[in-house]
Each structure stands twice: as C-alpha cells, then as structure tokens.
Design a protein around this ligand. Sequence first.
Ligand SMILES: [Zn+2]
Ligand SMILES: [Zn+2]
Length: 204
Amino acid sequence: MLDAPTPASWPCAVCDRPSAPRVHPGCQERIRDNLAALPGLYRALAGELTPGRRGGDGRSATRSAPIPCNLDVLDLRSRGGLEGVVASWAADLCERERWQLPEYGTVEAAVEGYSGLLVINLTLLCDEHPAIRELADEVRKIVGQARRIIDGEDPPRRVPVACPCGHILRITLDTAGVRCPACETSYGHAEALQLPLAESRAAA
Ligand SMILES: [Zn+2]
Ligand SMILES: [Zn+2]
C-alpha cells in the first residue's frame, strides 16, 4: 500500500525549499525589493560615470567630454542594460497576458516603468510564470552588479546567519552558496539568504 503523506508543500519555484505557495513569500519579497531598487540604482549609476566624483563635492562635471571611466556603467545605463532585463520580462508578461507593452521615451523612464509593472504583477508572476527563477536570478544579478559599482567595489559585506545546527555562517549577499563546516549542510544562494540572521553579540 502506498501511504505517501499528502504533501502540504512543494519546492519553492525559486529556491527549492519546501513552500506552501508556489514561491515563498520571502523569495517573492526579495524579487520585489530588487525590482523596486532598480530605478534608484539606475540614477545612482549616473554619478559613477565621471572620474573623480568622490572627492569633489559641489563640483559638477562640466568639463567637456568626460571620458567614461567605467564601461560597465555605460552598459548598465544603456538600453539593454538594467533596462534590458526589466524590459524583456515586462514584454514577456504583457505577451502572456495579452496586454499592450508600454513604451517609454527615455531609458530611465523605461527602467522605472517596467520595474513597476513587474512589481505590481509580481504575485501573478510568482503564482504562474514558468521561468520565475530565471527572472529572480537575472534581477538579482543586475542589482548586484549595479550595487558593486555604486559601493565602489568594496569587498562584499558579510552577514552572519545561523545554520539550524547552531553554527554561525558568514555569507555575502551575492554568495553563490555556502557549506556549513559543522553539520556539512550545503546551501545554495537563495537558501543561504533565507537562513535567519544571527545577531552578532560583539558590538562592532
Ligand atoms: Zn523560496
Ligand atoms: Zn550547520
């Protein structure tokens, strides 16, 4: 006789951990946070285009033809950069739902508009979209790329999280994965980020 228990949950479509909804609320929240951060990141990247900005407060970059100091910034700010990621997912969404894809006159407006469209429809996407994991990954990667430039390529901040075994793991937000040395459990990116934060007792 088969007596397999009725599953009350199945693997989250983003992180594979058991979840009652198709995508964990936590995973959905992360996608939303990343999408919502994109317009601000896009604007912040403008400040990374001209050399020497860090020392000179108040001095606007009026010198003629500033040499682009960071081609990555140009890439991210062009059509097809940050915009390309949200535009293609927005186009995909509109096609599936038979909506008309909005068009925008500037890249900045497009980043804002498409990110907003995806945020508004995120529950629908999480409930139904077959490639929600790819969407989550692409958005996370592009946000990470932008943040690393804006944060000045500082070493990624490490966050203490608690493995269920009690061991404290120190992970970066863009970690590809981590293995607990104490209990030898391996965590993927999304799993690692879902471990509970460990309050570090020592005041830094
Ligand atoms: Zn999840
Ligand atoms: Zn452990």
